[in-house]
Every structure is written in structure tokens, then in C-alpha cells.
Design a protein around this ligand. Structure first.
Ligand SMILES: Nc1ncnc2c1ncn2[C@@H]1O[C@H](COP(=O)(O)OP(=O)(O)OP(=O)(O)O)[C@@H](O)[C@H]1O
Length: 408
């Protein structure tokens, strides 16, 4: 999928995406041109020159400021959007439920909170039946739990082939969780674009983040008794029928209901590289799958939540600590975390590149960042640990360790 947008003195972006990508995250510094890009793609900027693969499709946009019709209530707003809806658009009820705002239906627009208004604005955009939806920080005022559920709903629409979503956000955890691909815009240009975890790695390195998140993928573990539901859920994802509106709505919401009822106390179990990992239900996103395949999910782990255990003989037996998750890994890189209070820009420090990572890290900062390759997989974890631990555990590149991490 090739996209280009040119807006004199503001943007000159070329974006190249995989054809199968349906949920695309867009991020970058403030003033980089992200909103200008979306406005150009939505046709709002008349002087923009734009090339997209979806010229004949319906494009919707939702801004950070919801821009609801103020003279009516939520029902009135949705009814107005439905007047111009495409024939295969979802029902008002489905959109309201998916955006967690059914209870707001009779509220006047003026009486909505900022987050409620954002939820209604997204529901209204969906009622219109877009093929492509551009969300410009449109969930920024919504609490994390509701926000994640709405992203999950949007992701289900993407997975079922009903929607392509482009989402601008400064929340890299949200983008890590849901985006198939990530675009990093800077100074009006596409600086990075590609698979989310690769782009995130480069963004974290570029910005010198002390606690980057790693993105892991795995298979959802379902109990025997849940096998039928799981099969239904898988079918729901792939058996989308464009000619049946009721069936579509039911499919998307069935996935949502299954996800909610299948988690145990709000916790999902995910198999990663042959190991069972516990993840909170709101922290997993579902990936597209073929009929008959196990359900694949994605979740993000913050580097500050990962601890290193050098006792590799005691992999599953750490019964004296509260940390639930463990993955065997090999340390593939150790690098100092920049400490803004230290004299990192001191030429004397920078010239001293021959020192060991341990000494370099100790000299400049309190922490180091470990890159960990998960054994028997091509996945990567990051751990941010103190220099004291680095020295005390005598950690080195090539060493096998157990990465233990809290419930994401
Ligand atoms: N209508 C406009 N006319 C001229 N310049 C504009 C206009 N809107 C925005 N700009 C400028 O274009 C640049 C990019 O702005 P834009 O709003 O697209 O950035 P952004 O990446 O979305 O920022 P943020 O993350 O802060 O929302 C900024 O320098 C801004 O001042």
C-alpha cells in the first residue's frame, strides 16, 4: 500500500505499507505534521497533493476535539451520520456498544465530558460506514481501560476486513499493542515506517528512552471447555459476510463478548516460545488468523517490569517471588541508559568508547538497557536494570538468563 502526501511547507510524506496491514499507528514529535498528513488524506486540505490506494472508498476522520453537532443529543448526532451511511455500515446500536457509549444515547452533546464526547465522535464516524478511518488523537481523553476496549473493537473491525484504521497517538504502548505497522513522522517527512516492533526499537534508540516496551506475540491458551467458543471466535473473525449487516454486527460483537468471557479474572494466558505467559485482558490485542488456526495475540512488556535471574536451573520454580512470568533468553546487547544529569556530552566520556559496557554504564548512568533474545523464537525483550545489578550478577553479552516480568 503506497501513500504520498504533499502540502507545501508542511508535509512531504511517502508511506509504504504491507497490503495486509489494517491498523496503522502514526506517531512523531509535536508539530511534526501528523495532523496535517491526516487532514490531507481526508481531503480537508484543498492544496494538498495526495495519492492513496483507496480513491473510491469512503474515508472518515475523527479529530482530538470531537466536533459533534451541538444543537442535538447523541441520538441526533448518530441519526444524522446514518443519513449518509454506506449500505454496509454497522447499526447505531453496534457502534454505540463497541465504543462503550450506549448509556449516553439521550444525553445532550453539551452535557458530555471530554472522553464521552470522543467516544460518541468515534461511534458517529463508524455509523457512517467508512472503509478507512483516520483517528487523530481521538481517544486521548478516554481512560486507559475504556480506551483499550475501544481499540480492541476497532482492531476487530480491522481483523474482520471491514475497516482500515490509521491512528495518531503519542501513547507508544497503545500503538505497540494494536498497530500492524508504525509510521514515525518528523519535520513533515516519513522518518521510519515498518513492522511495529522494528520501528519502536529504532524510535526508542533514537529518543534514548530508558524504559522502552517490547512487543511479544503468542498463541492464546484456551481451556478445553472453551474450545468451542474459541472456534466460534476464530470463525467470527474470518466469516465476515458483506451482504449481511446483522451478521456482521453480531460477528464483531461476538468477538468482543468472547474476549471478555474467556479471560479468567481478567487474565489471559498466552503461549510464547513454548512458555505460558499471563497477561491482563486489556493488554492483549488480537491478530488476524485463518479459520482453524489458534488465536494469535500481541502484548507489550515495559523494560522496567523485566528482572533478570541468572539461576537458569530454576526456571519454573521461583515460588518465593510474586513475578508471574518467565522466559529463557540470551543477552544480545548491553547499553547504558542516558542519564540527563550526567555529563554525557562531555567529550572525555564520549571518547572513552573502549571501556566495557559495565564501566561505561556505571560512569554515565544508574541504569543499563539489556536486549534479550527469547530462546526458540525470533522475539526480543528489553530489560532496564541498575548498574549495580549488572555488576553484581556479572552479566555479559551471550549469557543465558531468565527474564522474569510482571503481568503486563
Ligand atoms: N492551517 C495551517 N496553516 C499553516 N501551518 C499549519 C497549519 N496547521 C498546522 N500548521 C503547522 O504545520 C506544522 C505541523 O502541524 P501539525 O498540527 O500537523 O503537527 P502534529 O504532528 O499533528 O503536532 P501535535 O502532535 O502537536 O498535534 C506545525 O508547524 C504547525 O504550526
Amino acid at each position: 500500500m503506497q501513500i504520498s502526501a504533499l502540502l507545501p511547507n508542511r508535509i512531504n510524506a511517502q508511506i509504504s505499507l504491507q497490503p495486509q496491514s489494517r491498523f496503522i499507528g502514526v506517531t512523531g514529535p509535536s508539530g511534526a505534521g501528523k495532523s496535517s498528513l491526516f487532514r490531507a488524506l481526508a481531503g480537508v486540505e484543498k492544496s494538498a497533493k495526495v495519492q492513496t490506494p483507496w480513491t473510491s472508498q469512503k474515508v472518515g476522520i475523527v479529530f482530538q476535539q470531537p466536533m459533534l453537532f451541538p444543537h442535538t443529543d447523541v441520538r441526533g448526532n448518530l441519526a444524522l451520520a446514518q443519513r449518509h451511511a454506506s449500505p454496509n455500515a454497522m447499526s447505531i446500536d453496534t457502534c454505540l456498544r463497541g465504543c462503550y457509549c450506549e448509556h449516553l444515547i439521550d444525553k445532550p452533546v453539551q452535557a458530555l465530558s471530554g472522553g464521552e464526547a470522543q467516544r460518541v465522535a468515534i461511534a458517529r464516524a463508524l455509523v457512517n460506514g467508512p472503509d478507512v478511518l483516520l483517528l487523530d488523537e481521538s481517544l486521548s481523553a478516554i481512560d486507559i481501560f475504556t480506551r483499550r476496549k475501544i481499540y480492541q473493537f476497532l482492531n476487530n473491525l480491522c481483523v474482520s476486513g471491514k475497516l482500515i484504521c490509521f491512528v495518531i497517538s503519542h501513547d507508544l504502548d497503545d500503538l505497540a499493542l494494536f498497530s500492524d505497522e508504525l509510521v514515525f513522522i518528523d519535520q513533515g517527512r516519513t522518518e521510519l515506517c515498518g513492522k511495529t516492533r522494528d520501528v519502536l526499537t529504532q524510535v526508542f534508540a533514537k529518543e534514548g528512552f530508558a524504559t522502552p516496551s517490547s512487543v511479544l506475540e503468542g498463541l492464546k491458551v484456551t481451556a478445553q471447555s472453551e474450545a468451542f467458543d474459541s472456534y466460534q471466535s476464530q470463525n467470527a473473525v474470518v466469516s465476515y459476510k458483506p451482504d449481511s449487516e446483522t451478521q456482521q454486527d453480531r460477528n464483531v460483537l461476538t468477538i468482543q463478548d468472547n474476549e471478555e468471557c474467556q479471560s479468567e479474572n481478567g487474565i489471559e494466558r498466552v503461549e510464547v516460545a513454548g512458555h505460558e505467559i499471563f497477561v491482563t485482558a486489556e493488554s492483549v490485542s488480537y491478530l488476524p488468523q485463518q479459520c482453524g488456526e489458534q488465536v494469535s495475540v500481541r502484548f507489550a512488556v515495559k523494560a522496567c517490569d523485566v528482572s533478570i535471574d541468572t539461576n537458569t536451573a530454576d526456571f519454573g520454580n521461583a515460588s518465593t517471588i510474586s513475578i508471574l512470568n518467565a522466559l529463557p533468553c540470551v543477552i544480545s546487547r548491553i547499553e547504558p541508559v542516558a542519564n540527563p544529569l550526567s555529563s554525557l556530552n562531555d567529550p572525555e566520556n564520549n571518547a572513552d568508547t573502549k571501556r566495557t559496557p559495565t564501566k561505561l554504564a556505571t560512569a554515565n548512568s544508574a541504569k543499563v538497557l539489556l536486549k534479550l533474545d527469547v530462546l526458540n523464537s525470533n522475539q526480543t525483550l528489553y530489560a532496564s536494570i541498575s548498574c549495580i545489578s549488572l555488576t553484581r550478577l556479572e552479566l555479559a553479552v551471550g549469557m543465558q538468563v531468565i527474564a522474569r516480568f510482571k503481568l503486563p
